[in-house]
Design a binder for this molecule. Structure first.
Ligand SMILES: [Zn+2]
Length: 186
């Protein structure tokens, strides 16, 4: 039992460290603005990505064919939520871009990610102008749900308990994201 406690304590330590680092990287709103402005520096050399204005509208059948599996379809197109801790992107630490899994629109950079401890990939800001936000009432209190501006795909919910200076926590389903590493290795 004591050994288990020790292992748990050791496992928790890197998370705390990552959190401190994320805070250290972006201290002021000027830092946040710089992260938002410089997002293209996280793309691999020569990569071409779509813009939010190039709308992608498909039928339900077309989405079923385009998306890799049923869970991705249910989250992106029917606003389901993946199981906490199920996404490999929780542990993704490399430099790069997180794009919408539905349409490829870049939505976050690796510098915007932080360890929230929730079991979902979490970000304290976004690439500007990539999401539409609406209130939902699935739980008794209203939550701000956000969708990809280009394809309308559901990504997650934004809360106001994130790290300063934005205090935002963009809680994103991992299946709604596709990671593009900056070094070009998949
Ligand atoms: Zn999209």
């Amino acid at each position: 039992m004591e050994r288990r406690k020790l292992l748990l304590a050791l496992a928790a330590a890197p998370l705390a460290f990552t959190r401190i680092c994320a805070h250290a990287q972006a201290k002021t709103m000027k830092d946040i603005e710089a992260l938002q402005k410089n997002w293209k520096t996280f793309l691999p050399a020569g990569a071409s990505v779509p813009a939010a204005g190039e709308a992608l509208k498909l039928s339900k059948d077309e989405w079923r064919k385009r998306l890799p599996n049923d869970l991705t379809y249910k989250v992106l197109r029917e606003e389901a939520t993946e199981r906490a801790g199920s996404s490999a992107l929780n542990d993704e630490k490399r430099a790069g871009i997180y794009a919408c899994a539905g349409c490829g629109l870049p939505v976050f950079t690796s510098e915007m990610k932080f360890e929230s401890g929730t079991g979902w990939p979490s970000f304290f800001t976004t690439i500007p102008g990539v999401f539409d936000i609406k209130k939902d009432f699935y739980l008794i209190y209203p939550r701000s749900e956000y969708h990809c501006k280009r394809c309308g795909g559901h990504h997650g919910h934004v809360f106001d308990d994130g790290p300063p200076p934005t205090n935002q926590r963009w809680c994103n389903n991992g299946v709604s994201l596709k990671f593009i590493p900056k070094d070009g290795q998949a």
